[in-house]
Structure formats: C-alpha cells, structure tokens
Design a protein around this ligand. Sequence first.
Ligand SMILES: Cc1cc2nc3c(=O)[nH]c(=O)nc-3n(C[C@H](O)[C@H](O)[C@H](O)COP(=O)(O)OP(=O)(O)OC[C@H]3O[C@@H](n4cnc5c(N)ncnc54)[C@H](O)[C@@H]3O)c2cc1C
Length: 435
Amino acid sequence: MGDYRDYDAIVIGAGFAGVTAARELRARGLRPVILEARHRIGGRTWTDDFDGTMIEYGGGWLSPHQSLAMQELERYGIPLVEGMLATPEWAVFPTEDGLKPFSADEALGRLGKLLTTIFEDSGELFPHPEHPMLRADLVTEQDRLSLRDHIDRLNLAPRDDAWISTLVGGFSGGSSRVGGYTALAHWWAMTGGHLEGWITIEGQAPRSGMSALLQEILNDAQARVHLNTPVTAIADDGRAVRVTTATGREFSAPVAVVAVPTNVWRTIDFAPGLPEIHAEAARQGVSVDNSSRVWLRVRGDFGPVHVRDVEGGLLTPLFTHTVLSDNEQLLTGYSQNKQLDTSRPEQVREVLARLLPQAELVSYRAYDWGRDPYALGGWALRRTGQLSRHLPRIQQPHGRITFANDGIASGWHGFIDGAIETGHRAAEQAAALAA
Ligand SMILES: Cc1cc2nc3c(=O)[nH]c(=O)nc-3n(C[C@H](O)[C@H](O)[C@H](O)COP(=O)(O)OP(=O)(O)OC[C@H]3O[C@@H](n4cnc5c(N)ncnc54)[C@H](O)[C@@H]3O)c2cc1C
C-alpha cells in the first residue's frame, strides 16, 4: 500500500487538467497527491528558453474568449500580453504551380473569407457553444462529416479549396479527412462565430509563459507531486482505488482523477475495464496523432512571413514569431506529418530550403508530441462522429475514478481552457464520490 497517508485523492497527470483538479479537490477539503510520469509538470505545455527567447513547445496562446483561462490569469495577477507574434508582411501559399509569394493582405485576407464561409452554419449548430449538444438533432447529422466532406460540398475553386484544406488539415492532424467538421465549427462558435474572434486564438500569451501559470495553480493545490512516476494500472474495488506505478509502487485512496490524455488511456490497465465509450475514444484517439512544434532561428534579408505548404506538408504552417534583428528572425512552425524527423537537422534544413529558400538556418529546437509516450499526440480534435457519440457520457465517472483532459471538454476542446474545465468537473465529481 502507499507510503504516504497524507492524501485522500490521487490525481494522475500534472498537466492543466490534473493540476486544476488537484487545486479544486483541495478547495473542497480533500488532500490530493499527484503522480506524474515525466520529470516535469505541464504535460503538453512546456515553456523553455531558446538562446534567450522564451518559447513554448506545446500550448502557448490564450484567447480572451477562453474565460476559464482568463479567470486563472486574473486570479494570479498574470497579464495577457497581446501582439506577441510579428505581423507578417508577406506570405507563401500553394498554387497550381507550386509555392508562390503573395502579399500578406491578399493571402491571409482570402483565408479569413474562406473560414467565414465554411463555418457560416456554426451559429445554428452551436447556439450556446459551451453546451455543444444543445442542438443534438442538427449536430448528430453534421457530425457524420469530416472536414473534407464539408469542404467538398461547398464546391470551392481549386485554389480556395487548397488553401482552406491546408489550414483545417493542419488543425486536424495533417489531413482534413481526420477531424470532424463539427470540431472546428465548434471552435469557430466558441470564438464568437466571427473572424475577429478566431484570430485571437493565436498571438496572445501570459507574460510569464504557460509553465509559470501552471505552477501558480499547483502552489494552491498544496499537493505533493511525485515526478518520474508513470502509472501503469488503476484498480477500483468499489471502496478504494489502487494505483500502481511502473516501478510497482502502490497508492490507494477513496477516489482518483485520471488526468492523462485520452490517447494515453489505452496504455493503462483499468480494472474494471473502461466503459465502452471511453474505450472507443482511447482506441480511436482524440488528440491529433502526430504533432511537432518547431522553432527556427534563421538569417536572411526578408520581412516577417507566413508560410503555408499544401495540406499534409512536412512543416505547415511556418511563420515569423519574432524579428530578432535586421537579418535574423525566430520562426515557429507545426508539423503533423510523421515523415518529418526533427532529430535530423539535415531534413529540417531541406524542408526550410523548400519553403523559404531565402532563409538560412542558424539553429533550431523542436519537440515531437506524437513520439512522446505520455502524450501520444498533440492537441485534441474530435474526429468524425466523436462529439455526438461521446458527449456527455465520456465526462462521467467510472466507479470511483473521474476523468479530466482537454479531449473531453464541452467548451474549449483541445485547448488549455478545456483542460481547466475538465479539471473543475472531475474534482467536483471526485469530491461527491468521496463524501
Ligand atoms: C504543439 C501544440 C500546440 C498547442 N497550442 C495551444 C495553444 O496555443 N493554446 C491552447 O490553449 N492549447 C494549445 N495546445 C493544447 C494544450 O496544450 C492542451 O490542450 C493542454 O495542455 C492539455 O492539458 P491536459 O492536462 O488535458 O493534458 P496534458 O497536458 O497532456 O497533461 C497530462 C499529464 O499526464 C501525464 N501522464 C501521461 N501518462 C501518464 C501516466 N501513465 N502516469 C502518470 N502521468 C501520466 C503527462 O506526462 C502529462 O503531464 C497545443 C498543444 C500542442 C501539442
């Protein structure tokens, strides 16, 4: 049995969902202990330093439309800094004849119009987006469509189709065939159903970085955190939950909050086994399978840029984060294509040369979430059919176990705000079970 009896709730996972759950358990009079697989807290958020510049390998932006995250910033007196992304002066976008330069106004303006067009029904589907199944009748029908299916029915001109596909394909794991149409339509509704809101998803961040915000929440949880403690099995005998770690150590408490990503549930041995819907989500995956975040310090005589390769490209989008000096920039990019191996500098150099031949690579940093066994993917993005099949059942406790992660959020599914939402819910459920 556990060595420490100074806890009465076990939280598994120290990302935003788990740490919020721990703080909220403490607020309800329970004493949480946190078991975290990695050597650090934060999960899919990770603030680091790259040659003196603060970078985020995972979740880095917060929007004023994300009310739970905003409450956290307010609570801890952390300002949200706007304009953290350099404004692009030009763009590189795919055409019938390969990648071509455009003015930023032309390319990004067109993309904005296309987004507005493809999501114009989202207000009807999600009149109160924090309750995504309110119009279950409409949502269930539209949930049969992938993003690709939805774009196909709009009969866009080939270039428009290519541009919007690369954008939504990027959010949906590299292919617009994976993500459900309702998933991005819901994001659109959460930002107020207009482009101005959507744009706020990127470019604003807590001044001190995401890890510092999480640390504030953790301080309030007053929880002991066991790092380097991967959980391998969770057994619930109806009276207590027994949690076993990779080294065979056991922790036992009246309740447990499982705050690891949905994609990771399949690596843990649950007894009794997960309910059907949870098992299905774990099998299918909810987070995008492959997701690397890349930071490139480059040299070259060009202004801030926004680059989009074709859908499924090796590094798309790629854009200027900071102009460091007259001829140096810090670019940041995302990849959902597992063919990109960021541990191979020559491949990174080749990809950059194709996208932006005028840029000379000085150095880079990257993190591949798809290859990380404790993430098994990037942000959550519901696949076709998952919203209507899984919500709200996937949010329910399983015996004395409750669940929290960004993939099961009602509101900001796939975002830090969503992780916080589920941390609140899981703590409330766990406290009720422990009473
Ligand atoms: C590249 C990238 C960019 C993103 N950009 C944004 C953004 O700009 N804004 C935004 O809001 N969101 C963004 N996100 C999404 C955001 O990072 C996530 O939604 C959020 O961090 C999820 O929090 P979580 O607590 O649900 O899961 P996680 O952060 O994954 O936390 C789960 C924790 O469980 C631990 N764990 C896993 N398995 C075990 C185990 N067996 N035993 C013990 N512990 C275990 C993990 O180590 C981890 O610490 C991004 C994500 C990625 C990958």
